[in-house]
Ligand binder design. Structure first.
Ligand code: GBH
Length: 464
């Protein structure tokens, strides 16, 4: 199709949800307050050599104490929705037993503040901060952790269920399983293909079990969702060998979650590919009925695509053995400060794939954004033109997908604030609001003003 003329507004459907997203460990701080005990990320970040510069989330963006100010910032942006996560060890320190009311109170106040500002809360129950005690008992490779999660979901639903209408069980179980237990780049830092595959299954089981509990405890109008970081994959060349490399990674990164959750089955090719690692006997009778408990929408987090070919790559890897058969080619073109390629077509490709494979399922882009080194001018204004260009291109891709019949209901920009970027600590900034981590001063960047304009006009303007 010809590109619309400059000035044309690519308008999004009425009721489109314009949001920002954060995660508890990345912004809250207050690591030992109100009875909160360590999560695997506290342990991992305090282990020398695991996180850049030895950074931890002990204070982070101090959101625990500055929450009203952060909600005010969002109100000024005009967002309709805010996606946050609940810290499991703040609510249920050992991962077992009753909830700590003081921990839940923070989220009660957050939800009140949001509703008062006219912003819809979207609660994620797990964004990687497993109570350390549950890891000590074996963590996600153990089945019991899935049961513990479903119980914890019930505690949070009991406290917030009357006022939070959209719920996400897990954020990116792929990262939790394969970066946490496969290549060890994330907490808890274990390196075992078997542990990673077991963790992936138990994440699916946790998701399904929690969905059943939520369905039971929440009003019938509640929306229950799951967020996946689906990998947009392209073969390096249009050959059978490279297409087979795509198939292998698609199985261990995408279909390992999509098939159990939406089709109640394991991918057959994955079971065959991983025969040297496991016979999958940790999948018990009835599990796939639990994992496929119906949900109302799917959240997609997208940053960049991957180009794969027949070959081999480094180990330990997050690919459960597939790295023996697959090479990754760095894409050409511009990169973000994470060194991730800027490629909005990958988002369009993912969204249209889901339209075709899961017809009728509403989708949310629950994360999209970019890290760049922004700079302040003498007046203290923070300029981030590359981030604006990145966001503009990706919203364009979402718009194109909607025009092509994909049911995308909302877009959550990652992230509201500069924050603790996991293994990169504070060295990478994803916020549209700059945070000075010494003074905790917030300064909206140019991208924040740009996003406010997009929301106000209900779309992106071609050519600026
Ligand atoms: C998200 O994860 C997180 O949900 C969020 O907390 C985080 O701050 C944000 O993105 C920015 O990082 O491993 O070869 O597939 C991002 C998931 C996984 C995307 C690793 C990039 C690298 C390529 N990321 N992936 S590969």
């Amino acid at each position: 199709a010809p590109r619309p003329a400059a000035g044309t507004v690519l308008r999004f459907p009425a009721g489109f949800r314009w949001g920002t997203a954060t995660a508890a460990y990345q912004i809250e701080g207050g690591a030992t307050e109100d009875g909160r005990t360590p999560s695997i990320w506290d342990t991992f970040s305090r282990t020398p050599g695991k996180v850049r510069n030895g950074d931890t989330g002990d204070i982070a963006a101090d959101h625990l104490h500055r929450m009203p100010e952060d909600v005010r910032l969002m109100k000024e942006l005009g967002v309709t929705d805010y996606r946050f996560s609940v810290s499991w060890p703040r609510v249920q320190p050992t991962g077992r037993g009753p909830a700590v009311e003081r921990g839940l109170d923070f989220y009660r106040r957050l939800v009140d503040e949001l509703l008062g500002a006219g912003i819809r809360p979207v609660a994620t129950l797990y964004h990687w901060d497993l109570p350390q005690e549950l890891e000590d008992a074996g963590g996600w490779p153990e089945r019991d952790t899935a049961h513990r999660f479903a119980e914890y979901a019930g505690l949070v639903a009991g406290a917030l269920g009357d006022r939070v209408s959209t719920w996400t069980t897990l954020n990116e179980p792929w990262c939790g399983a394969f970066l946490g237990y496969g290549n060890g780049v994330h907490a808890p830092g274990r390196t075992s293909d078997l542990a990673a595959l077991r963790a992936a299954h138990h994440f699916n089981l946790a998701h399904g079990g929690a969905t059943r509990v939520l369905r039971d405890r929440l009003p019938s109008t509640a929306e229950i969702s799951l967020t996946l970081n689906l990998h947009a994959l392209r073969p390096l060349t249009d050959t059978d060998a490279d297409r087979d490399a795509v198939r292998r990674i698609d199985a261990v990164a995408n279909r390992i979650f999509l098939d159990p959750v939406f089709h109640g089955r394991l991918p057959e090719d994955l079971v065959a590919d991983t025969a040297g690692v496991t016979d999958w006997s940790f999948v018990k009778a009835g599990d796939l009925e639990v994992t496929s408990t119906p949900i109302d929408s799917l959240g997609i987090n997208y940053y960049s695509p991957s180009v794969v070919s027949a070959g081999s790559s480094e180990s330990p890897s997050p690919w459960a053995g597939a790295e023996e058969h697959v090479a990754f080619t760095p894409a050409e073109g511009p990169r973000t400060a994470m060194d991730w390629p800027v490629d909005a077509d990958g988002l369009y490709e993912l969204l249209t794939r889901l339209r075709d494979e899961l017809p009728g399922l509403p989708l949310l882009v629950t994360e999209n954004g970019a890290a760049y080194d922004d700079y302040a001018d003498p007046e203290g204004q923070v300029h981030d033109p590359e981030r604006v260009a990145y966001l503009d291109a990706h919203l364009g891709a979402v718009h194109r997908a909607i025009e092509d019949g994909v049911d995308v209901r909302g877009y959550f920009l990652w992230s509201l604030l500069d924050n603790f970027e996991w293994a990169y600590g504070y060295s990478k900034r994803f916020g549209i609001v700059h945070v000075d981590f010494a003074s905790q001063r917030r300064t909206p960047k140019d991208s924040a003003r740009w996003y406010a304009e997009v929301i106000a006009r209900g779309g992106v303007a071609v050519g600026g």
